[in-house]
Design a protein around this ligand. Structure first.
Ligand SMILES: Nc1nc2c(ncn2[C@@H]2O[C@@H]3COP(=O)(O)O[C@H]4[C@@H](O)[C@H](n5cnc6c(=O)[nH]c(N)nc65)O[C@@H]4COP(=O)(O)O[C@H]3[C@H]2O)c(=O)[nH]1
Length: 836
């Protein structure tokens, strides 16, 4: 972490010195001068050495000449010794002894002379050692030494003569020769003196020459000293500059350090800020070693800073994943990388991160490190997955829901248009599921649905989809069936049979063994010629065929069904258009009492379509219910009926008439239904007491409490309520008791065969009895014959409706009808007045 901080922060904050080249120039100059000075000093030392050496050589030469000189002096004293016997022979009178002494002295003299000559020979042999002058002097000296030698010989010869005189006893001759001897000795001494002078001359010459060369060297030395002085001065000047330069560099360095310290401080502050960041911030080098690890990273990855720093990010965080390398390669290429990453932490938890990685480059543009900022999105992901689960999966069974199934169906359609193969859809509806729910309860119903879901999953391949559309409706999408449709049909049939077989096995529902059967509708498709909706409709049609065929079977969709479906679709379009174009009218069918008096009418809708002609409700009401068009249609019918009621109220012959209006379940359950009725009444001014709403039994299945509440509201307004088609649905005494009804209407299906079918007769009679028990009026619909009417009269039913009296009539004809009947009221035995 620190090294990352040092490198990154310091690099960013510290400027490079602009004086760097100048400093190098002065240093180079300084080192050149210093080097030169060293060279000159070395030369000076050598020169001094040379001077000293010259002195030494000079002294040595002089010493050798002094020795030479002393040897010549020795020769002089030796010559004296040789001379002495000649002088002293008289004192000793021993010639022999003196002769021996002389010979001995002569031998020593000759030895010394020979040595002196040898030395001279050596000097002459080393001609180059000295100048030509000295060489010439030395040669001259050689001659002079030779003269000494000759003088010595002469003197010795004289001495020998003297000795011979003494031996012969000729002392006088000896005495006379003594003077010659002295002369010869003097000559010898003179020669020796010449030699000494010559040596002195050589010495002085030698000294002179040496001194000259020393002078020469001294001059050179002075020159060098001057040069050294100059160089040292120059070096001092440059040194001063360099010192100043170094001082300024030191100041610069101090500034640099101050900036460095400041940047370090900033880096520390940044690091502490980064520690406060919610995101896990990690920096690793190009060798993947972790350089920085903030507090959030400790929390997110469950690893302390000490555990992380220096470790390989790939090993520690990404568990050696190869994807890490791929990401790093792409990062080096593009400089940035971002993606979602799912990791397993050391404690085993799986976390999902939104990871943004940025490549940090150095001043030369080389990749230096990777900064990675990681946001923990585990909770968000879980929430998203949960939302997805809720949005696309059925909560009860865990299967795909309708939305997901439609999405997959769209994909199948797109895919099957690209590829040649056939796809299929199987719609599965459980037979009598509602009965199970009603008898065994919803919990067991749910259990059945869950077990069905499991069995369906066991019947298909993994690539296929099982979905629950809702209730007891399931769908299986089959992908990749044979491209040949007949072959594909065989494959789909096999799967359908497998499903039938599997779902037919009995179910264990919380200790209760239940047997359930399904009805299957299969539709195959190839290419994107139809929409998902069309295909679902086809499967739906096929499924209804299976139901119609007795259930627990399967049916394939065929074109005939398609024709029906197309007709339905066209009907819907026309219905919508008809509503816009006011193509609907009401016909009114009289309701009469046992005395034959018209007590009111039922408003029945007719659709006058320009192409279709008059269309009866049986053809369009179910579709209107399905599509929701019943809401505007029902509103229109209520308003038209109330308007008619107001019109009748204005005429005495129709003023007493009541009006029964059909209300569909969907219309009744609409939250605004009561308010809408009130609005219509207010708008038309109709008398609510003359209005009777005919409700169907089906309406009572859903939301009993709400239904009763609404009925009470309507009753409070004064509106009458009749239960239409009574006997065909869920007729239950318990709910009948609690409903605020005014009338039961015996369904025409019972009336039709009331005289021939004892069951229908019994039901009709039971309904009449029931209505009496409950204090309700009763009306029979579909009365077509006088016999039927007589039967009903006999069994206590006092009001009727049917073709026996009149079919439903247009408004004008109805008024005509009423007028005629009113006029002829006495012709009818059941003209007793009865309120509707
Ligand atoms: N065979 C036979 N039929 C007879 C006889 N007397 C009357 N009918 C028919 O029986 C039906 C009685 O109406 P519904 O049971 O309420 O049954 C009605 C009602 O449920 C519904 N409907 C009609 N108009 C409306 C309306 O404005 N709103 C709603 N929601 N439904 C309506 O359509 C159904 C059929 O109406 P319609 O075709 O007009 O058929 C009428 C009527 O023409 C008879 O003696 N023999």
């Amino acid at each position: 972490m620190d090294s990352f901080r040092d490198k990154s922060a310091a690099k960013q904050a510290i400027p490079t010195s602009p004086n760097k080249p100048r400093s190098t120039k002065w240093h180079r100059m300084y080192f050149f001068l210093a080097g030169f000075d060293v060279l000159v000093v070395v030369l000076s030392v050598l020169l001094n050495h040379l001077i000293v050496d010259t002195y030494h050589r000079s002294i040595k030469a002089n010493q050798s000449w002094v020795q030479q000189l002393s040897s010549y002096s020795t020769l002089g004293s030796l010559a004296s010794t040789v001379n002495a016997p000649g002088n002293n022979v008289f004192d000793t009178h021993n010639v022999e002894a003196e002769s021996r002494n002389m010979n001995e002295a002569l031998r020593v003299f000759n030895e010394h002379l020979a040595m002196a000559k040898k030395q001279l020979e050596v000097r002459i042999a080393h001609e180059a050692e000295h100048s030509a002058d000295i060489q010439a002097f030395t040669l001259a000296l050689k001659d002079e030494v030779g003269a000494v030698d000759a003088a010595m010989v002469e003197m010795v010869n004289e001495a020998l003569l003297i000795f011979s005189y003494f031996r012969e006893g000729q002392s006088d001759n000896a005495g006379k020769r003594m003077a010659t001897m002295d002369r010869k000795f003097a000559l010898l001494l003179a020669s020796l003196s010449t030699v000494r002078d010559r040596v002195g001359l050589i010495q002085s010459k030698l000294l002179e020459e040496e001194l000259e060369s020393v002078e020469e060297l001294r001059r050179v030395e002075y020159a060098i000293m001057v040069f050294v002085l100059l160089m040292v001065s120059a070096a001092m000047i440059y040194g001063g500059k360099i010192r100043r330069e170094m001082e300024s560099q030191a100041a610069e360095r101090e500034g640099y350090l101050a900036v460095l310290r400041e940047s370090e401080k900033q880096a520390r502050q940044q690091a502490s800020l980064l520690d406060k960041a919610q995101d896990a911030i990690v920096v690793h080098g190009m060798d993947n070693r972790i350089l920085y690890w903030n507090k959030s990273a400790e929390r997110l990855y469950g690893l302390s800073k000490e555990e992380a720093l220096g470790k390989s990010a790939q090993e520690l965080i990404y568990q050696g994943s190869a994807a890490f390398n791929a990401a790093t390669n792409s990062l080096i290429e593009t400089g940035d990388w971002a993606d979602e990453v799912t990791l397993r932490r050391r404690d085993g938890c799986t976390i999902t991160l939104e990871s943004h990685r940025t490549l940090v480059r150095d001043d030369d543009g080389q990749p230096q490190s990777v900064l990675s900022i990681n946001t923990d999105i585990t909770h968000r992901k879980t929430a998203e997955q949960e939302v997805q689960r809720l949005a696309f999966y059925d909560q009860l069974t865990g299967l795909a829901n309708r939305r997901l199934m439609l999405d997959r169906l769209q994909h199948l359609l797109a895919g099957s248009s690209r590829r040649l193969h056939t796809s299929g859809i199987i719609l599965i509806d459980l037979d009598n599921f509602k009965a199970l729910n009603d008898t065994l309860g919803h919990d067991r119903g749910d259990m059945l649905l869950q077990q069905v879901a499991l069995r369906l999953c066991g019947c298909i391949r993994e690539s296929d989809t099982v979905a629950r559309l809702g209730g007891d409706e399931f769908v299986v999408l089959l992908d990749g069936l044979n491209e040949n449709p007949p072959e594909a049909a065989i494959q789909a049939k096999a799967i359908g049979e497998k499903i039938l077989k599997s779902l037919n096995i009995s179910y264990q529902l919380d200790g209760y063994e239940h047997h359930s059967t399904p009805s299957l509708g299969i539709a195959l498709f190839q290419g994107q010629l139809s929409t998902a909706d069309d295909i679902l409709k086809r499967a739906d049609l096929a499924m209804y065929r299976a139901k119609a065929a007795g259930r627990n079977t399967m049916r394939f969709f065929d074109p005939e069904m398609q024709a029906v479906a197309t007709a339905r679709a066209r009907l819907e379009v026309d219905l919508r258009q008809g509503l816009q174009d006011n193509e609907f009218i009401l016909h009114y069918q009289p309701q009469v009492n046992s005395e034959g008096r018209i007590i009111g009418a039922e408003a029945l809708m007719r659709w006058q379509n320009p192409e279709r002609g008059v269309v009866f409700p049986g053809e369009f009401i179910p579709l209107a219910e399905e599509t929701g068009l019943i809401l505007p249609l029902g509103r229109w019918a209520l308003q038209a009926a109330c308007t008619q009621l107001v019109a009748w109220a204005r005429h005495s012959e129709t003023a007493r008439l009541g009006m029964a209006v059909n209300v569909s379940a969907r219309q009744f359950h609409h939250p605004d239904f009561v308010e809408e009725v009130l609005q219509v009444l207010r708008y038309t001014g109709a008398d609510p007491k003359k209005l009777k709403l005919e409700l169907t039994e089906g309406l009572l299945i859903e939301d009993m409490e709400g239904t009763v509440a609404k009925m009470i509201e309507l009753k409070e307004i004064g509106i009458g309520l009749s239960l239409d088609d009574f006997g065909t649905g869920y007729s239950s005494l318990s709910y009948l008791k609690s409903l605020p009804l005014d009338q039961l209407k015996i369904d025409q299906s019972f009336i039709r065969d009331v005289l021939v079918d004892s069951n229908d007769a019994a039901i009709a009679c039971a309904i009449v009895s029931l209505s009496k028990i409950l204090g309700l009026s009763v009306i029979a619909e579909g009365v077509e014959t006088e016999a039927q009417r007589t039967f009903l009269v006999k069994h206590g039913c006092q009001t009727y409706q049917g073709f026996l009296f009149s079919p439903p009539l247009p408004a004008e004809q109805f008024v005509e009808y009423v007028r005629e009947r009113f006029m002829a009221s006495t012709d009818f035995p059941w003209t007793k007045t009865e309120s509707p």
